[in-house]
Write a protein that binds this ligand. Structure first.
Ligand SMILES: NC(=O)c1ccc[n+]([C@@H]2O[C@H](COP(=O)([O-])OP(=O)(O)OC[C@H]3O[C@@H](n4cnc5c(N)ncnc54)[C@H](OP(=O)(O)O)[C@@H]3O)[C@@H](O)[C@H]2O)c1
Length: 309
């Protein structure tokens, strides 16, 4: 019998790619019996239900993608952000104390004043979201079997159609909104398919610890937006260059780019440059190779998680 891997956040962007990658016979992931859990299957703030599910499924690996993942939502409801991002994660890590546990953190543990951050750079979050990630990273890393993956802007198609920055930008442009994009805010965008491939390669290696996982190219929001808009000529995008210094909302990390040399040394493939990946992605996207129905994650409901609740 295959060992069981639990994926939380399976209804979200990264979790859904991890679950679908497991269904591809050629991947390392196919060596696992994968259970994808969406919020509908299991609310991670429900302590008893989480415990029952853990006991019933007896996982050998947990990849924890569920989170309050938007900085604005975290700012609007910091108490809920802490319950979901810190407390629920800490409880899950405690249940998983004797097995590998992989937790997704973020480039926003940094204030963005330096850029090209390595794993040993001191953290300096400037928003609630980043603070929750920093708080729980320490809890997770206290267990030498556990892993923290700090990732960055993730591209792809989410089951709900509204989670990735590519989807957000397309929606805004479809609505005819002009977009102001910062020429001085930098990220290293990564496709969710790459994230999933990297995670499934990392999982069996037994190399716990802290890793940065992002695309190989540092791009400004303006450059990212121009790349995407060029592939959507029919939308006649109105893009305006702006500066993060003029932003009137909450604080923003200007350069949260990540150095990923540590994880790259473990992977069998090079982390992609976003500009090159985008050419390939849009061939697939526009050719509708992936129909929305095939994007639905394999939910816990379908694989019998309801039983132990
Ligand atoms: N995507 C990025 O650009 C990015 C960048 C840096 C770091 N990360 C981190 O990577 C991880 C995965 O991100 P993602 O982009 O896949 O996020 P996502 O698309 O927002 O998915 C997160 C999932 O968690 C679920 N969730 C929230 N609260 C829950 C709860 N109480 N119980 C069970 N499930 C709950 C959400 O359910 P609902 O849909 O019902 O809300 C959602 O499906 C997160 O930790 C995120 O912070 C992502």
């Amino acid at each position: 019998m295959k060992p069981v891997a639990l994926i939380t956040g399976a209804g979200g962007l990264i979790g859904s790619y991890l679950v679908r990658a497991a269904a591809t016979a050629a991947t390392v992931a196919s060596e696992w019996q994968v259970y994808g859990l969406s919020r509908r299957d299991l609310d991670l703030t429900d302590t008893q239900a989480v415990r029952r599910t853990f006991i019933a499924l007896h996982p050998s690996l947990i990849i924890h993608c569920a989170a309050m993942s938007k900085t604005t939502q975290c700012r609007q409801d910091p108490a809920l952000a802490r319950r979901v991002n810190v407390e629920a994660t800490a409880r899950l890590a405690e249940l998983a104390r004797d097995i590998p546990f992989i937790f997704f953190s973020s480039d926003l543990v940094f204030d963005g004043k330096q850029g090209r951050y390595v794993e040993t750079d001191p953290v300096s979050p400037i928003n609630i979201y980043g603070e929750t990630k920093v708080a729980v990273e320490q809890v997770v890393l206290a267990n030498p079997r556990h892993t923290v993956i700090r990732t960055s802007l993730t591209a792809g198609r989410s089951p709900t159609g509204d989670r990735s920055f590519v989807e957000e930008m397309r929606r805004a442009l479809e609505a005819g909104q002009p977009l102001t994009l910062f020429t001085d805010e930098y990220r290293c965008p990564i496709p969710a398919s790459t994230t999933a491939r990297a995670l499934w390669e990392l999982a069996p290696l037994n190399c716990p610890g802290l890793y940065h996982l992002a695309g190989a190219e540092r791009l400004s929001r303006w450059e990212i937006g121009r790349l995407l808009a060029a592939r959507w000529p029919e939308l006649e995008a109105e893009l305006r260059p702006g500066s993060v210094k003029d932003f009137q909302g909450g604080p923003r990390a200007a350069d949260a780019s990540l150095d990923c040399a540590k994880i790259q040394a473990l992977l069998s493939f090079p982390l992609p440059r976003f500009s090159e990946w985008a050419v390939w992605f849009f061939r697939v996207f526009r050719g509708c190779i992936e129909q929305p129905s095939s994007l639905a994650p394999v939910s816990g409901e379908r694989v019998g998680v309801r039983g132990p609740r």
